[in-house]
Ligand binder design. Structure first.
Ligand code: URA
Length: 224
């Protein structure tokens, strides 16, 4: 029999577990320990279609923590928050408000990219309450360990995650309010919103965002 006609049993790939055990945030250890644990998070199904967990970035004891919604396409590929188009707009607004991005901690309410295919593109899908709740453990540990003086909720998803209830952005933006034991909270719009505002309203919407961030500038000098 010619060699080619031999039936060679296909090498069977090791069977992947249907769902790996959920990972929970360790309640001790450093920020890096928590970041490492989040790497394997299976607390909700979003990990399955994402490239990687996108944890927060910035100094361990930053005085200001910015919280967005969830990583986008670029963040999912690069593994860092706010590095895509919304991140570029955020960087510009921070600079105009007098805040050095390197001095602050930037993270998201949800740490995996939720998307749906649209042709060849991966279209952003808003995370739901269950995903926000499943991911809250990581945000909570970031808040405890970084212990910022000011937390900035950018957009409705971040405000919901931080306040535990639906919180309208327009009615609450632009003022610093008490938050948790020793923090303050500022609500503002999400930078992606500014990318979608009609041309004739964009300059004004952007100026209001910078004005909100100026309130954060007062807190943003390195504290330790
Ligand atoms: N939008 C977010 O909410 N977070 C990111 O990291 C990028 C875009």
């Amino acid at each position: 029999m010619p060699a080619s006609s031999h039936h060679v049993p296909a090498k069977r790939a090791p069977r992947a577990p249907k769902q790996a055990p959920p990972r929970v945030a360790p309640d001790t250890g450093s920020l890096q320990d928590v970041r490492n644990a989040a790497h394997d998070c299976r607390a909700c199904p979003l990990w399955a279609n994402a490239t990687q967990t996108v944890f927060g970035d910035g100094p361990d004891h930053a005085p200001v923590m910015l919280v967005g919604e969830q990583p986008g396409d670029q963040e999912d590929r690069q593994g860092h928050p706010f590095v895509g188009p919304a991140g570029q707009l955020l960087d510009r607004a921070l600079a105009e408000a007098g805040i050095a991005r390197d001095d602050i901690y930037v993270t998201n309410a949800v740490k995996h990219f939720k998307w749906e295919p649209r042709g060849k593109r991966r279209l952003h899908k808003k995370p739901g309450d269950a995903e926000i709740a499943a991911c809250h453990q990581w945000l909570e540990r970031e808040l405890e360990l970084v212990a910022p003086l000011l937390v900035v909720a950018m957009g409705a998803t971040a405000a919901r995650a931080l306040l535990g209830k639906a919180t309208p952005v327009e009615a609450n933006r632009g003022r610093v309010m008490p938050y948790l034991a020793e923090m303050q909270l500022l609500v503002t719009v999400h930078p992606s919103y500014l990318l979608r505002v009609p041309d004739d309203a964009r300059a004004q919407a952007y100026a209001r965002f910078v004005q909100d961030l100026r309130l954060a500038a007062a807190f943003a000098k390195p504290k330790r």
